[in-house]
Write a protein that binds this ligand. Structure first.
Ligand SMILES: [Zn+2]
Length: 338
């Protein structure tokens, strides 16, 4: 397929043009988290012709994702495919002329350089502040632009972070807004709120890649698609005394106090302390008498009432059926090994 034909309607848009399109084809972005927001970001940027799109995600597709996570289908959920792999397969069906780099991984301080490096822009498709602060530290330290985006219920919020120019995430939220924070697990989510915020963020991403920085929004924008309330808070310059922009104190990059076992959505625990490869065939044979087990190249699933364990090739596991980290650790040690 001829590239100029594929992108003709976008090239006609004067702010992009042939020159901008060529910049997009040389552009490299990384999308951290490929759930609802990440699906839309990846889909729009892939269709726009961004040359290299790296997709990071630690999770696998489940039926409850299909209401909003637009890159996935029922087959992906049946196979419990990792989201990064399912996304890469789907994108290849509509644009085989760009490079998609899927990584089934949890972004942590130890792998942040290899997973976020060699890109022009970082996009936020995560669902938690811990990872966002890690991205923020990395971006500020390396002077890389990144775009914060989040949605819950009918509410969506986004901000461009341009190091040295605008406020950063820690300027606006010095502390993680814990406690009363709603999540998709408690407040639900409208797919339209996700698509709105991801569309805005994807457009800002195009501006970064074609060099239209002066057109970028320098506010924290929030929008409630149900109440129709929307607001913008100024974020055009760093806050005096910001730990990250001002003191350049990158505590999240240093990984201080970061747990190896974390709660991961409702009624599930993630264990990522074991960083050595596991042999699915061997484990599968061992678990066969103990419950129901099934694996493909990407995940192994093991059911033993009331628990469901999903194991990835690097030894990381998500255990469903408990929020007790001690129980999760003991199940892991019993069935996978310690
Ligand atoms: Zn800051």
């Amino acid at each position: 397929m001829r590239e100029d034909e594929r992108y003709s309607r976008q090239i006609l848009f004067k702010e992009i043009g042939a020159e901008g399109q060529s910049k997009l084809s040389n552009g490299r972005v990384v999308i951290v988290g490929c759930g609802a927001t990440g699906s839309v970001l990846a889909s729009l940027l892939a269709r726009s012709g961004v040359g290299i799109i790296r997709i990071l995600d630690r999770d696998y597709v489940e039926p409850s994702n299909l209401q909003r996570q637009s890159l996935f289908d029922e087959n992906d959920a049946r196979e419990s495919l990792p989201k990064a792999i399912a996304a890469a397969r789907q994108i290849a069906r509509f644009n085989s002329q760009i490079v998609i780099e899927p990584h089934v991984a949890d972004l942590i301080p130890q792998n942040v350089d290899s997973l976020l490096g060699s890109t022009d822009l970082i996009l936020d498709g995560t669902d938690n502040f811990e990872t966002r602060y890690l991205i923020n530290d990395y971006a500020l330290k390396n002077s890389m632009p990144w775009i914060y985006a989040a949605a819950v219920g009918s509410y969506a919020v986004t901000m461009n972070v341009l190091p040295g120019e605008t406020a950063c995430l820690a300027c606006i939220f010095p502390e993680s807004p814990r406690g009363a924070v709603e999540t998709c697990e408690t407040a639900g989510i409208l797919n339209s709120a996700v698509n709105l915020v991801a569309s805005i963020a994807a457009t800002e991403a195009l501006k970064v890649l074609v060099g239209a920085r002066s057109k970028m929004r320098r506010t924290l924008l929030s929008w409630d698609v149900w109440s129709n309330e929307h607001a913008e808070v100024g974020a055009s310059s760093p806050r005096a005394g910001c730990r990250v922009c001002g003191e350049r104190d990158f505590v999240h990059l240093a990984g201080e106090g970061r747990p190896h076992i974390t709660l991961c959505g409702r009624n599930s625990v993630q264990i990522h302390e074991r960083e050595r490869p596991v042999d699915f065939a061997e484990i599968s044979a061992r678990l066969q008498p103990l419950g129901s087990v099934r694996h493909n190249d990407f995940v192994l699933k093991f059911w033993r009432e009331p628990y469901e364990m999903t194991l990835f090739p690097d030894g990381r596991a998500i255990i469903k059926g408990t929020t007790d980290t001690a129980i999760a650790r003991s199940l892991y040690a019993r069935y996978i090994g310690s």
